[in-house]
Design a binder for this molecule. Structure first.
Ligand SMILES: Cc1ncc(COP(=O)(O)O)c(C=O)c1O
Length: 404
């Protein structure tokens, strides 16, 4: 049971400390209890906690909307605020329908977009969907650009092209041609840190443009400096039509957003969409302080540099541990896929054992992947090089001690 935390270190109720390399599922990018974020939230609490930004104008909410227009890709200038990621996904799906007058969606196998019914309907992950079906009709799934498990493992360009080509096939064979939007995580989180080949989204965008289909980028997990850019889609040279964010937006305060172009936003008239708590002034004040901290401290640069360092140190472990099949990632969003053999049989039990033993050894890591065989390394972005070394030391000793 956790009692308090600071930066990348958690302390439990017995006073034991843990190095946090999961950041509350990729949330506290600016560190646990970042003093600047906490101070901004406290100051706002003395002034105004709630009045619903739908009823009255609220300064921190307006300022944050302005900030989102500055930091999101060009042309995305209007933001709707909610409280959680799934809620923002729902709002983005709905506005895509209203703006296009179309009704179907294309999503990716292994993608994940949240636990509400609409969000699960566009999620391609049975372990998250089980027990909740049947899901919404009108959703078709395209293959994930999952290089490591594709037939083009050493040919990323071909993998990108073929997987993008499959989107065209899905439109043709699995929809009625009434597709409002394609939704995808620029880098998959729950699906096991799947980084698409560099050409993938450009190729997909060509397909979407041919059919007048909007692109919704789900940056809930990969956004806010996590991958070394403020938003992960910036690595891929395309601009989405709608960008959804949450998690890292306010360093732990519950807030989410979707940001889009003016003409798409105009599909919502006042009152068409509403969230009582959305755009809460305390959360927005925290988000503003959070983003200012990220920019001033260059968390993007820090995540890019330390991410490359961590990835190469983890890759160095591969020859010693045949179980470590693949180490991949962007910035400080790193996945370590554990496999049993050359046929890449998922080592799911082993991954769970590694995660649990790391915890006993004072290191928190996450688990992901369709088969639960990917260790997720997503620390607060304020983590130091020394802490990365310590974490990798614990991780490799844990692999040794489990004789993996
Ligand atoms: C990519 C992605 N989208 C959406 C969500 C849903 O966010 P929330 O749990 O805040 O509803 C998540 C949560 O893990 C996510 O990783």
């Amino acid at each position: 049971m956790v009692e308090r935390a600071s930066g990348a270190v958690l302390t439990d109720t017995e006073g034991r400390q843990y190095l946090d390399c999961f950041a509350g599922i990729s949330v506290v990018n600016a560190g646990h209890c970042n003093p600047e974020v906490v101070a901004a939230a406290k100051a706002q609490m003395d002034k105004l906690v709630h009045c619903s930004s739908y009823l009255y104008h609220v300064r921190p909410t307006a300022d944050l909307a302005e900030k989102m227009a500055q930091i999101t890709p060009p042309g995305l200038t209007k933001t709707f605020f909610g409280s959680g990621g799934a809620e923002a996904i729902e709002g983005a799906l709905k506005i895509a329908r209203l703006a296009t007058g179309r009704h179907e969606f294309i999503a990716l196998q292994a993608g994940f977009h949240g636990r509400s019914w609409g969000a699960l309907s566009v999620s391609g992950n049975q372990s998250r969907k089980k027990g909740g079906g049947p899901y919404a009709p009108g959703v078709a799934f395209a293959p994930a650009p999952y290089l490591y498990r594709s037939q083009w493992r050493d040919r990323p360009d071909e993998c990108g092209r073929e997987c993008a080509g499959a989107v065209e096939d899905v439109i043709r064979f699995a929809t009625s041609g009434d597709v409002a939007a394609f939704i995808a995580e620029p880098v998959m989180g729950e699906g096991g840190i799947v980084v698409p080949p560099p050409n993938y989204f450009q190729e997909v965008k060509k397909v979407l443009d041919r059919h007048g289909i909007l692109f919704i980028a789900d940056e809930v997990q990969c956004g806010f400096a996590r991958t070394g850019k403020m938003f992960a889609i910036e690595h891929f040279g395309v601009v989405p039509d709608i960008l959804v964010s949450a998690k890292g937006i306010a360093d732990g305060f519950p807030l989410s957003a979707f940001t889009t172009r003016m003409e798409i936003a105009a599909a919502y008239k006042p009152g068409d969409h509403l969230s009582t708590f959305g755009g809460n002034p305390v959360c927005c004040a925290a988000a503003l302080a959070n983003i200012e901290f990220m920019q001033r401290e260059d968390l993007c640069g820090h995540a890019a540099r330390l991410g490359e360092y961590a990835k190469s140190r983890l890759q160095d472990l591969q020859p010693q541990f045949p179980l470590v099949g693949d180490v991949r990632g962007l910035g400080l969003m790193i996945g370590i896929e554990l496999v049993k053999d050359e046929r890449l049989t998922p080592a799911s039990n082993e991954a769970e054992a590694v995660r649990d033993e790391c915890l006993r050894n004072g290191l928190l890591v996450g688990l992901g992947g369709i088969d639960g065989n990917v260790i997720r390394f997503q620390p607060p972005l304020v983590i130091t090089k020394q802490q990365i070394d310590d974490a990798i030391g614990i991780f490799s000793r844990t692999l040794h001690s489990l004789s993996l």
